[in-house]
Design a protein around this ligand. Sequence first.
Ligand code: PBG
Length: 323
Amino acid sequence: MPFPIHRPRRLRRTEAVRSLVRETQLQPSNFVYPLFLVPGEGRRKEISSMPGIYQLSIDEAVKECEEAKKLGLGGVLLFGIPEHKDEEASGAYDAHGIVQDGVRAIKRAVPELLVVTDVCNCEYTSHGHCGKIVNGDVDNDATLGWLAATALSHARAGADIVAPSDMMDGRVDAIRTTLDEEGFDQTAIMAYSAKYASGFYGPFREAAECAPQFGDRRSYQMDPANSREALKEMQLDYEEGADILMVKPALAYLDIIAAAYQSFDVPIAAYQVSGEFSMIMAAVQNGWIDKDRVMMETLTSIKRAGASIIATYFAKDAARLIS
Ligand code: PBG
């Protein structure tokens, strides 16, 4: 029945009625806060392209985790920048690597906080690629052992969830099998399943010091033009045992998030990546847009599309605004 029987504006008249009919509600527990760990003590170095985001020594990261817990965040997502990089990414699966030591320190200080670890090699290889280089390209099968060893070392340190972000074929299976064999059948896998070769990772590569020294990541990360391929990637990870499927980046891929939510009966995560954050912050610093509004609007759109878990550099700010 058309106008004048129907007047949609009736339900927008006051904040009371708007909040009654609001379909999407963000909660602090939806947010996962990424942290960049560096060696040393008392270190807190701001990333020039990411205002308010720092490389942190473990003691400083622990303070962030205490705050994350107080704010009720869903968890933290750890990245490590090792002292030394080499051809074999040995820092990635070192039992006393930066992430492994970081997990132990965080779990000692804030045991209830959920700790997710990024499982990848690009921060640890001298060439900055996500796997072992054979004949000038990343060799898929030769990289799987590194990933499984890294995930196992994170689980041993106490990580609740491991999150492989490398985009090798078969890595979820390799990680699941190793974790199960070693008695970590309760450690969950959040797979970066549909991870695109994106220009939005630019600032992260400064933060994590992991820009590839030659070539790019297009032989393993996905082509931004493809959506059906994303469903295939997610299907494979789902079958290999991923507990949570992730889409990354978020804002330019809301269609992929929506398709993931429709297609798979597991929680869907999305990563609002560094460039998405930096782009908003640059406009905010120019006085062109309102930070709180745009932050909440983007996060709401990501949840509305179907992601109940959002990795975001806005996690603390958004949680504060909600409460
Ligand atoms: C590492 C990794 C990247 C990001 C998360 N894990 C960078 C990349 O693939 O180049 C990007 C996160 C961000 O931009 O915030 N494989």
